[in-house]
Design a protein around this ligand. Structure first.
Ligand SMILES: Nc1ncnc2c1ncn2[C@@H]1O[C@H](COP(=O)(O)OP(=O)(O)OP(=O)(O)O)[C@@H](O)[C@H]1O
Ligand SMILES: [Mg+2]
Length: 380
């Protein structure tokens, strides 16, 4: 089956589209990316997303929902005619975590009705809500697909996404039929670095980590930052821009400046905050320290971040390319696979992944004009 996966991440950088060929069923599911591309948001639109996330009114979010749907359609373009199904993650507006670390609500927008109406393709969206209703974190959803596609025959592996936030999946080897996976959000990914870069330099992100490389990490400040209560929580745990977004970046900048740091020192320390929060999470919570760490997401291009992870983790650190996947489009592939699984009536997440009471079939199906034909083709 040919499926488009659509991702609009926490970084608000743009829309990732992956046209995927998916066949089989777990445990023998095959998924490959046939073609993938990104459509960046212009800076003003990115700011509108962040505003909606951190201070948005109902009318703002309502309008953005429809507008994002139209943008997703434009990003897909003529490729709609090629595919059977669309899996759309949407744009997270809020991920509500209470004082005990329980997720009580989560909202992803980007009208699936608009996507199905304009493309004619049956669209599956709103993947997180069902798992939250079942007592889960509704995240990280990539972990089930990591489990399906990326277990090593002999070694423990960690799959580390560095998007707006960071999330990890610890995968037992295939030969180990007793152990289960463990997945959770490590903490910030690029979101704080991006917000601080924009504020300090006017640039949207720290290209290749070059700005951080020219600065000095303030070790004492870093130690204090790492006392953040989020890092004390045991998994399952997830987070978002609510904790590590623009507001937090602004308060860090003020603190860094009060310490007399240069802009480069501040970015260097924020970069170290991300890498240390990842490494500490491994040392504290990994069921077994993995032999391999597979990096994905935009942060895998940040050389300062990757160099620090190499230093901090006693493992071979590589990117998804080493296992035949594209680091930049892995998440879009994930939502194509989850849509495919939902379409076939199978679960898309496991209790050990999100802490839910049970596994769930995820998402909502919005029929396109191909709906009845697709049902007939799938079930005869
Ligand atoms: N060459 C690069 N050097 C440094 N950072 C980069 C580079 N390319 C991308 N990035 C960072 O990656 C970010 C985008 O990452 P990605 O698309 O994986 O995140 P996302 O869309 O927020 O996804 P998620 O939902 O996983 O958070 C950018 O905002 C930027 O900070
Ligand atoms: Mg992105």
């Amino acid at each position: 089956m040919r499926v488009i996966g659509l991702m609009s991440g926490t970084s608000g950088d743009g829309i990732d589209v992956a046209v995927c060929d998916i066949d089989g069923a777990p445990p023998d599911l095959q998924a490959t990316i046939v073609k993938a591309w990104s459509v960046p948001y212009e800076p003003e639109f990115r700011q509108r997303i962040f505003h909606a996330c951190e201070q948005g009114s109902a009318v703002e979010i309502c309008r953005l929902n429809m507008e994002l749907g139209e943008r997703f359609v434009a990003a897909i373009g003529d490729y709609a005619a090629w595919v059977d199904l669309i899996g759309s993650h949407g744009q997270t507006i809020w991920h509500d975590v209470d004082a005990d670390g329980r997720v009580t609500s989560t909202l992803q927008i980007g009208a699936a009705g608009v996507i199905a109406e304009r493309t004619g393709v049956t669209t599956i969206s709103n993947f997180r809500e069902r798992d939250v209703a079942a007592g889960g974190q509704g995240a990280p959803l990539t972990a089930y697909v990591d489990w399906l596609l990326l277990r090593h025959p002999q070694h423990w592996r960690a799959v580390q996404n560095i998007g707006g936030m960071g999330n990890v999946t610890f995968l037992p080897p295939l030969k180990d039929t007793e152990s289960t996976m463990l997945a959770f959000d490590t903490g910030p990914g690029n979101a704080l670095i991006d917000a601080a870069m924009l504020h300090l330099t006017g640039k949207p992100y720290d290209q290749d980590g070059m700005f951080a490389t020219g600065g000095q990490v303030d070790d004492e400040w870093l130690k204090q930052m790492l006392k953040h209560p989020y890092f004390q929580q045991s998994p399952p745990r997830t987070t978002g821009r609510e904790l590590f977004g623009t507001q937090k970046a602004k308060s860090f900048i003020a603190e860094g400046q009060a310490r007399g740091l240069t802009d480069q020192d501040i970015i260097a320390t924020l970069t170290a905050f991300t890498s240390h929060s990842i490494a500490e999470a491994y040392h504290r919570f990994a069921p077994t320290m993995p032999q391999e760490v597979i990096l994905g997401g935009g942060g895998s291009h940040n050389k300062a971040l990757v160099a620090q992870l190499n230093d901090l983790l006693p493992a071979d650190v590589m990117t998804h390319e080493a296992v035949g996947l594209d680091s930049d489009f892995k998440e879009a592939l994930v939502f194509a696979v989850l849509a495919y699984e939902t379409w076939h009536g199978r679960v898309g997440c496991l209790p050990e992944q999100t802490g839910a009471r049970h596994a769930s079939i995820l998402g909502q199906i919005t029929p396109g004009t191909n709906y009845t034909a697709l049902i007939r083709r799938t079930w005869g």
